[in-house]
Ligand binder design. Sequence first.
Ligand code: ADP
Ligand code: ZN
Length: 623
Amino acid sequence: MPTLPRQLLNDIFGYTEFRGPQEAIINHVSGGGDALVLMPTGGGKSLCYQIPALARQQAGHGVTIVISPLIALMHDQVGALLEAGVDAAYLNSSLSSEASYALEKRLLNGSITMLYAAPERVTNPRFLAQLDSLYERGLLSLFAIDEAHCVSQWGHDFRPEYRALTVLHERFASVPRVALTATADDLTRDDMIERLQLQDAAQFVSSFDRPNIRYRLVEKKDPTQQLLRFIRNEHEGDAGIVYCQSRKKVEDITQTLCDEGIPALPYHAGLDAGVRQANQDRFLREDGLVMVATIAFGMGIDKPDVRFVAHIDMPKNIEAYYQETGRAGRDGAPANAWMSYGLQDVVNQRRMIDESPAGEDFKNVMRSKLDALLALAENTDCRRGRLLTYFGEELALNAQGKYVCSNCDNCLNPPNLWDGTDAARKLLSTIYRVQQHSGISFGAGHIMDILRGKKTEKVTQFGHESISTFGIGATLNETQLRSVLRQLIANGALSINAAAFNTLQLNAASREVLKGETQVMLRETEVASARGSKAKRSTTSAIKTANASLDAAGERRFAALKAWRAEVAREHNLPAYVIFHDATLIAIAQRDPQQLSDLDGISGMGAKKLTAYGDEVLRAVRS
Ligand code: ADP
Ligand code: ZN
């Protein structure tokens, strides 16, 4: 009598409950149905094929083949299964010929539960012939196609080798297939279904909300100091990722963090491949490291305990932002997504689009995508609501017709608004008058100096103190003026001429603001920072709930367990989280177990791990 999926969840993985649609998917696939699974990062896709693989192997259906694009990560994935007592293996070029020969023998007798391989390996003639042999004997159980969006050129990581996977359905028609991805847009989804011939597969589409991630977007003032404060106040000792726009900045921030005693590593395309790999390995394997990276870092990183993702520069659109922030908190425990953004980010991103060699249609799409991100940054409504709406999800609105998530900066500390219409008109008319006066355009800094009545060298040189708007913005501070500028640029009421030293230029939309036809409402940044201490406290308390439950003695037990885990992980050459998640160690520290039976029912403590590590865990707790 084969074990039920729920029991496999309890016994092997040590979890008590399925998450979201996991159970429905697992039942469908275990029963031999095809499925397309769209679930956000951290949603728990792996169990959706791992439990069916176990159930079907027990029922005598043989081997599940898992197709995964990332050879580099197969080792850790298989390591995690072996730790849980599952007979899994991977086939890739890193194996010696003796090892792959031995593995092929085990494969051919159909006893392995899961075999991981890259698509090019699965579709090579020699391997297909081996699958034929299994198939003829009814020992080919299931194909799991992970990161299935790689089959589509519309996805962000197109891998032509995925195209050849159509052979699976043609050659092994009765073997069920489950395709999984976290990339949801319609274009990619349709393409995926067609390319993998999944027209008849059941579709399981989850919400893409990540409720445990707290979104916060702050105005950039001194980004390095802001980042340091953020890490010190809220993430001392945590693992996190800091995204920067340039390699140079990656190097600088890494250096600063290290100087300040925060262990950090750099990652960007300019580093030697060996160094990149070594830094990635350390980030995955060690506790509490900060990876400072360009966007080159992150694909397929399944480290579950990344507690924060910080953007020190603004990314280029919401898709990129969501994908990058999604790497935080895969374990479901509280995590922060923090971004600092400023006028210069807007200018830089605009210029990159303007100067790119792409066609005008493409550039327009890129501009409107950038605008959506700016709107997210500038607006005062719920950040999560905006993100989910952007991805086409229906929101449940409250009685006031608003969406409130209670876990983003705007929901937790609603910002005040001020009417910036008058300030915007003063600014635009100054730009107009300066242009009339001198016959050329100027950049933001100079225009702000004129408005605030500063007699700089440049102001005197061009005689701009004689302009009638000189000093009429004296009551406004620089922060307010920058906020007005960003808003005008974000709304298209002011243009930046990248070809002429980023000078500010009026356009048709500027006239409407000048004539007072458009109201400009702005977040009150000064007030927000004055209330910062309060905001910080509430954020810190919520984000630390993971181990807030521990008293001083519990904290000491947790520290001892982490030290023990680090040692085991090193011995097994695996990341620490593969041995036990933080949440599991916290639960143990809390329970203060005296004997093995006290470890029963701890989430993440499966039967195999209890046998293998139970005594050592008790010893670590007592130490
Ligand atoms: P995805 O591939 O969708 O990004 P994973 O399969 O890596 O997500 O799962 C994310 C994390 O959640 C993993 O650390 C996994 O062990 C954990 N997890 C998955 N399902 C459950 C569950 N039902 N209960 C507890 N933890 C779970
Ligand atoms: Zn919110």
